[in-house]
Design a protein around this ligand. Structure first.
Ligand code: PLP
Length: 408
């Protein structure tokens, strides 16, 4: 009998755990999406989302998965045969590239071992060589969820600027928005792509585009066919708080609640929490004597950790043992990493004890599945989390003492 009492641990890197507050918000009765209450909700959300993307430009919400928002980014800005530059950082970058090819674009795909980020120097030299500006867009995945490798968006922006290249910059923030810092305006991104079911703590079902003025201008002359994803139709209706078709009304109730939660905690604190959990998870991995897929410590992810099992073991059998014995879902190895890698999602509505439970399930599962490893991963993570908590405690005490001495 599989163990099903207590809570299921959903530790895949999306969908993430949906907080009770958000679930309750979603459970409200559906309202008329052409009525005044809906218009107020939509206008509020479209404005509040700007703080999450750190932008003053337009944001659109599609009833879709993240993949839909990828497609929206492409079909609104590009024309058949346009050249685009993309980087093979893992499975999601590969899927996005395949979509671009399917839509009739000419993709230059920079190969990689899935263990390193796109090299900004390579980006710059490719763009410098393209002196006739045939490349119309550069597409990059900020947090490659399959490999837990992050790309530096500001470094890639600078590479475009150094090359003096006018290509649009498109960034997939699906598993980074609301977990890791993202600055749409400051980093000069033209189209950001996001989804609901990762850092935004919602169920799957919403896709987002944040678009710059430059991207909007490109959409006026872009010739790829589009209908459902058409930005102009969406923006015309959004102006008055409506959608060109039926929106995912109840998910939008949930979004209002999750944005409220992010505001309450403060985005910077949310990022620090994710960074802490990423570091604690990697300390556990190191103590187990296992290796992360990401080979560059500068490019580690805060929202997911991807771990190689030794070549004699099968990661999917290990995950099966964890699910059956401890009622926990871990992420699988995707694409070429299938069976070789498991992934620990530590994003969204998550805390130290949830991470401790997650890592305990991994450590027990490694033993049960007979994966060669050392003990002590959980202990290493707990030590780090304790130190981090002690630091917060002493900072709080310091602040209290300072306030008291100012008052006296
Ligand atoms: C999850 C994910 C996707 C795919 O999103 P769907 O909602 O499954 O379509 C794309 N890119 C990244 C980086 C992701 O993490």
């Amino acid at each position: 009998m599989p163990n099903t009492s207590g809570r299921h641990f959903l530790q895949v890197p999306g969908p993430s755990n949906v907080p009770d507050r958000v679930l309750r918000a979603i459970a409200r009765p559906t309202i008329d999406h052409r009525g005044p209450e809906f218009a107020r909700l939509a206008l509020e959300l479209l404005e509040d989302l700007q703080a999450i993307f750190k932008t003053t430009s337009k944001i659109m919400i599609f009833p879709s998965s993240g993949t839909g928002a990828w497609e929206a980014a492409i079909v609104n800005t590009l024309s058949p045969g346009d050249k685009v530059l993309m980087f093979e950082t893992g499975q999601f970058a590969t899927l996005w590239k395949e979509m671009a090819v399917n839509l009739g674009l000419d993709v230059q795909f920079v190969a990689s071992d899935w263990r390193h980020a796109a090299d900004p120097g390579v980006v710059e030299s490719i763009l410098r060589e393209d002196s006739s500006h045939k490349i119309k867009a550069v597409g990059v995945v900020q947090n490659e969820t399959s490999s837990a490798v992050t790309n530096s968006v500001p470094a890639i922006r600078k590479a475009l600027d150094r090359a003096g290249h006018p290509a649009l910059l498109m960034v997939d923030t699906i598993s980074s928005l609301g977990s890791m810092d993202y600055r749409h305006d400051e980093w000069g991104v033209d189209v950001a792509i996001a989804g609901s079911q990762k850092g935004l703590m919602l169920p799957p079902g919403l896709g987002f585009n944040a678009v710059s003025e430059k991207a909007l201008a490109a959409s006026k002359s872009a010739r790829l066919p589009r209908s459902y994803w058409d930005w102009q139709a969406m923006l015309a209706q959004n102006k008055i708080g409506f959608f060109p078709y039926t929106p995912a009304t109840n998910l939008l109730f949930g979004l209002r609640e999750s944005l409220q939660m992010l505001r309450e905690e403060g985005l910077e604190n949310v990022f620090a929490r994710h960074a802490r959990h990423g570091e604690a998870a990697r300390r556990a991995v190191r103590a187990w004597g296992l290796e992360t897929v990401c080979a560059d410590p500068e490019r580690y992810s805060s929202s997911v950790t991807a771990v190689f099992v030794p070549p004699t073991s099968n990661a999917d059998e290990f995950r099966k043992a964890v699910l059956e014995n401890f009622n926990m879902s871990l992420g699988s190895g995707l694409g070429r990493l299938q069976g070789k890698v498991f992934r620990i999602g530590h994003l969204g509505d998550f805390n130290d004890l949830m991470l401790a439970g997650t890592l305990s399930g991994v450590e027990m599962g490694l033993a049960l599945a007979g994966v060669p490893h050392s003990r002590g991963g959980v202990a290493a993570a707990l030590e780090y989390l304790t130190e981090a908590a002690q630091e917060v405690q002493s900072q709080t005490l310091q602040a209290v003492l300072e306030t008291a001495s100012q008052a006296s």
